[in-house]
Design a protein around this ligand. Structure first.
Ligand code: DGJ
Length: 732
């Protein structure tokens, strides 16, 4: 580590009005901060990579408040990133630069810490930046330390703030709800404030997401245009805010939601905010997505470099109707279709209060012997017999008022003091207080006991079906009740860390009433997330599209399910359901014994074909081509492998009208000079497509594209309005 006060001062020409710069470089991007004297550091630049000349002659921003971390108190009308009530009650803070540390990381990765001090109060703030070089990501977070003799109170504690130059900037965010997660919402940023926040307490990605993109030159385009992406890596309540006033900038703030969460920082204690990852790309929204996917797979996601197994989950197939014979049958069926893993979902546990429906037994993680007389041992034996792996569902942060756990530990639940608890699912669900170390030990033991007793368990689906409804911790002091939301997630993270330290190889899915935990806060401990409880193929196209902005296909669990769909009651063709699920981490969620032989054959074939394209989908670069949100009657995207030698092209019709005009889709991301042979996967047409087996240059495919027949053409009785295509492109 070295202290750098004059990082690039040697490069600076005499005419430049400021002298010290912190230059954070990645392969294709640069962020510059001016750290002159004892003033607050100033943002000067974030965009494409600068040359030495550009750095020397960099223009100072024309107008705007460029403070890197605006503090509340001496310019009260402006939005602040941090607000502190000091021990003596003073509510103002001033932060000036003290020194900068530069820390070498792996490869070209570097970390910078700009150390800020208040000239009057001994509170210090480190602004931390880590350049993740090859992936064009800059991670930033803040560490606030209390050097005062008594506790200070943090009332605002954003992870970062970033000014973004005005000029037709558009925001993309991902609003939604249960069963309708991650809807792409695009809007111009106008004067005033745009606030996206979450207050669920336990999960955070149903109603919106902690990730946004800013398209800097008009409404975002997928494969061109300047875009900044920002992802807050946090699993709890968040707040993203864009303020636009009469200056030349929009001001972006991201961090933990401070609502009802003021934090008493003890003497000597450091409060580290979660990090925000930024990426800038000149290659449009998809360009930013590719950077996040690469960074996510390499640095964040558990086992981001390991192919995922193709699984059958029991939920939509049998719901709570678990029994030994039924599980054996499902395992046999998925094995016969080429699947590699079976996951037994909710309904397998409970002794005194057997879990027949959703109103009891969470916390009583013992096998219901009436349903499974041969226990987990019997299930593991059957999985082995069928040559597949076995996984199991748990919801370890939760209990029910009807459970042996609650009978023994009523003090472990989250509950407002002096009030009865508001209950959730089934009229009895309660949430355990993860701020309590005893609860953390218990949650750890849920996984530990299962894994110690049954080390062959390969996969855990970790569910979380309740929000924090009642503000109140029976563990925290009355003075620190406002720490509940933050301590919950610290407790969850500590527990996950213990689990990962002991079980590094276990596959764990983050599920939370569907897609409530699609965030980069939990994913370092989880291999994937359940995208949504809504498995309807058409609506999944929309949800998976939005989710793909920040999360790679390898993390997105996408399952083929029955029709009419159990959530929206739509009936789509089996091929269509297959083709949609194959664009993510493929699985099934269906009762195979109710499938026709023909449907089983289609799935068997799809699973075999998915095994061929799995590395391309799971590790490839995404190029989104036609958005379902543009309502052109079709949606399309493709994945291209690193060498640009193999690609998979997905094309789904999103509506069906006679003689409607559908666009011809131009491809992207291929090598213009390579020639690609086309082969259709999951074919159901009687005749091959006219392009089958033919070779086209990458240039032709990208400049012109291929015409897709409007419909699939199987025999007459099997025709359907749900057409889709999956093409494998193989470079010769
Ligand atoms: C909610 C999940 O999202 C579903 O997939 C399923 O696991 C149920 N919980 C089980 O109760």
């Amino acid at each position: 580590m070295k202290k750098i006060l004059f990082l690039v001062s040697l490069l600076i020409s005499a005419s430049t009005t400021w002298a010290e710069q912190v230059v954070i470089q990645t392969k294709n991007t640069t962020m510059v901060l001016d750290v002159e004297g004892d003033k607050q550091p100033q943002y000067v630049y974030y965009g494409t990579r600068l040359s030495d000349y550009d750095l020397q002659n960099l223009q100072k921003p024309r107008s705007g408040r460029m403070d890197a971390y605006p503090a509340y108190g001496m310019n009260c009308p402006a939005e602040a990133a941090i607000a502190i009530r000091h021990a003596d009650g003073n509510m103002s803070t001033v932060l000036g630069s003290d020194y900068v540390d530069e820390i070498e990381g792996k490869g070209n990765n570097r970390e910078y810490r700009i150390h800020l001090v208040d000239p009057v109060y001994p509170v210090t703030v480190d602004l931390c930046y880590r350049a993740v070089y090859d992936e064009d990501i800059i991670e930033t977070w803040t560490e606030i330390k209390n050097g005062e003799k008594k506790p200070v109170t943090l009332t605002q504690f954003a992870s970062c703030s970033l000014p973004i130059r005005r000029g037709n900037v558009w925001l993309s965010h991902f609003s939604g709800s249960w069963g309708n997660e991650s809807n792409l919402t695009e809007e111009p940023i106008l004067a005033g404030q745009k606030v996206i926040k979450n207050k669920d307490g336990a999960r955070n990605s149903h109603t919106d997401h902690a990730e946004v993109m800013f398209s800097l030159d008009g409404k975002g385009r997928e494969n061109s245009g300047d875009v900044i992406g920002a992802a807050l890596c946090y699993s709890g309540n968040y707040q993203l805010k864009v303020e636009t006033d009469d200056t030349e900038y929009h001001y972006f703030f991201a961090g933990i939601n401070p609502d009802n969460s003021e934090y008493h920082l003890k003497k000597g204690e450091t409060f580290a905010t979660p990090k925000v990852a930024f990426s800038f790309s000149k290659c449009g929204l998809s360009g930013v997505s590719r950077n996040f996917h690469k960074w996510g797979r390499k640095y964040m996601l558990a086992h981001g470099n390991k192919e995922r197994k193709i699984l059958l989950n029991s939920w939509e197939g049998v719901y709570f109707d678990i029994n030994q014979q039924g599980m054996d049958q499902m395992m046999g069926d998925i094995a016969s279709m080429g699947g590699e893993l079976f996951v037994m979902d909710d309904g397998w546990f409970g002794d005194k209060y057997p879990r027949k429906t959703d109103n009891c037994a969470l916390g009583d993680w013992v096998v219901d012997k009436t349903k499974l007389p041969e226990g987990i041992e019997g299930l593991l034996r059957d999985a082995k017999k069928h040559g597949i792996k076995f996984g199991i569902w748990i919801e370890p942060e939760m209990t029910n008022s009807v459970s042996e756990l609650y009978d023994a530990h009523p003090d472990w639940i989250i509950k407002a003091p002096k009030r009865d608890a508001v209950k959730g699912r089934g009229g009895t669900q309660l949430i355990l207080d993860m701020s309590n170390p005893k609860v953390q030990d218990f949650v750890f033991s849920v996984v530990d006991n299962l894994m110690t007793k049954y080390p062959e368990i390969d996969y855990i689906k970790w569910d979380a079906n309740m929000s924090i409804m009642n503000h109140g911790s029976q563990y925290l002091t009355m003075n620190d009740q406002s720490h509940l939301y933050i301590e919950y997630h610290r407790g969850l993270e500590k527990t996950c860390q213990r689990i990962r330290a002991k079980y590094p190889d276990l596959t764990i899915q983050a599920c939370a009433s569907g897609g409530g935990r699609a965030n980069w806060g939990v994913l370092p401990y989880f291999d994937e997330f359940w995208e949504s409880d809504n498995t309807d193929a058409l609506q999944r196209i929309y949800m998976q599209w939005g989710t793909s902005y920040f999360f790679p296909a390898i993390a997105m669990a996408c399952h083929i399910s029955a029709t009419p769909n159990h959530t929206v009651f739509r009936t789509t063709a089996m091929k269509y359901r297959i083709d949609v699920a194959m664009s993510g981490r493929l699985g099934m969620e269906i009762q195979p014994k109710n499938m026709t032989d023909e449907e089983k054959a289609l799935c068997r074939n799809a699973i075999a074909e998915y095994k061929q394209i799995r590395p391309i989908v799971q590790f490839g670069d995404i190029y989104r081509l036609v958005s379902p949100y543009d309502k052109k009657g079709v949606a399309s995207l493709m994945y291209v492998d690193e060498q640009k030698s193999k690609s998979v092209f997905f094309w789904w019709k999103t509506e069906s009208f006679q003689n409607e005009h559908l666009p011809r889709v131009k491809m992207a991301g291929l090598d213009a000079n390579k020639n690609y042979k086309v082969h259709e996967l999951n074919r159901i047409d009687l005749k091959p497509m006219d392009v089958e087996g033919k070779t086209f240059s990458g240039a032709y495919l990208m400049n012109h594209g291929l015409e897709m027949p409007y419909r699939n053409e199987p025999e007459w009785s099997k025709k359907s309005d749900w057409s889709s295509r999956v093409l494998l492109l193989d470079a010769e």
